[in-house]
Design a binder for this molecule. Structure first.
Ligand code: NDP
Length: 283
């Protein structure tokens, strides 16, 4: 049976370091600050934003939440971002996605000062990641990398198969694995013979959003499986993109859903905020 890569435990460990770093920064007169902008009433977004607030409070990070009405104009949102860019108490700015349809998401993301872009979605930061010199790394894929590191997985020369090519998970995690000298294959909805691609992987990273679509018998014996997927099945049950039970028979280690990658995302947001605050302290 596979080892469980416990995201909750790893996240708790990293959050302890973050809290210690925060106290050290405060002692130097720098309180790390995160601004979270939420436009509209999307229930899932509201939950994420309140989780981020709580996590900041627990770590001692100053957080300010800007809750704007769904009908807020793009111009007003851009004005707020300009103010946050200029606010010297703020080290990180996060605009909760998705935005209402009348607002151009890329215009908003590009308005964020790249040195405060703790989500790592600004094209400048995407370019920095692409060229192997990242300023901020996007939180979910960065969390995946931390989990691999904590589990002692050396990616050098390994075959990594990433299933999914989104800008927020699939593509950046593939670049991060490449930076660790893995040989990376990115699969997507047009990939021919996905089972065969997955079967060749030493490390499988699933970020698809389809419940248990990656079957246990696709997984090579001894492979590492990281399941980013979060899929609601029925009223309450959450499952990943991988058939956890069957995959556990073949994998050497696997992340559960929930309790795997999920807790890492907010942790890496806090981590990036601290990185940014340390840069302010060093100025
Ligand atoms: P997207 O919907 O943006 O991307 C999904 C990707 O999966 C696409 O590249 C798509 O291919 C590919 N895909 C869809 N169907 C298939 C298929 N049958 N075979 C192979 N590939 C397929 O999703 P995200 O990247 O935003 O999220 C992926 C999952 O991760 C979701 O379950 C999401 O909830 C979860 N997630 C979890 C986070 C966490 O904190 N734990 C954070 C972010 C996401 P194509 O490009 O061809 O359409």
């Amino acid at each position: 049976m596979a080892d469980i890569i416990d995201g909750k435990a790893i996240a708790a460990e990293i959050r302890q370091d973050i809290a210690a770093d925060t106290q050290a920064l405060i002692a130097q007169g720098i309180t790390p600050g995160l601004a979270v902008v939420l436009v509209g009433e999307d229930p899932a977004s509201r939950v994420y934003v309140s989780m981020k607030e709580k996590a900041c409070a627990a770590a001692g990070i100053y957080s300010v939440e800007h809750k704007l009405a769904a009908e807020t104009s793009e111009a007003d949102l851009l004005k707020l971002i300009t103010n946050l860019n200029d606010d010297t108490d703020i080290d990180g700015i996060l605009v909760q996605l998705p935005l209402p349809e009348h607002i151009d998401e890329s215009k908003v993301l590009e308005a964020i000062d790249p040195t405060k872009d703790v989500d790592g979605f600004h094209p400048y930061n995407v370019g920095r990641l692409m060229t192997g010199n990242p300023l901020f790394q996007p939180c979910t894929p960065y969390g995946v990398m931390k989990m691999l590191e904590h589990h002692g997985v050396d990616l050098n020369g390994k075959e990594v198969v990433v299933v999914g090519r989104s800008n927020i998970v699939g593509k950046p995690v593939a670049l991060m694995c490449l930076a660790e000298n893995a040989t990376v294959t990115i699969c997507h909805s047009r990939t021919v013979d996905l089972p065969q691609k997955v079967a060749a992987a030493d490390v499988v990273i699933a970020a698809v959003g389809r419940p248990e679509m990656i079957k246990g018998d696709w997984i090579k014996k001894g492979a590492i499986v990281i399941d980013v997927g979060v899929n609601r099945v029925g009223e309450k049950k959450l499952v990943g993109d991988v058939d956890f039970k069957a995959a556990s028979e073949n994998a050497a280690a696997i992340t559960p859903v929930p309790g795997g990658v999920g807790p890492m995302t907010i942790t890496m947001l806090l981590y990036n905020t601290i990185v940014s605050a340390k840069r302010r302290a060093a100025q």
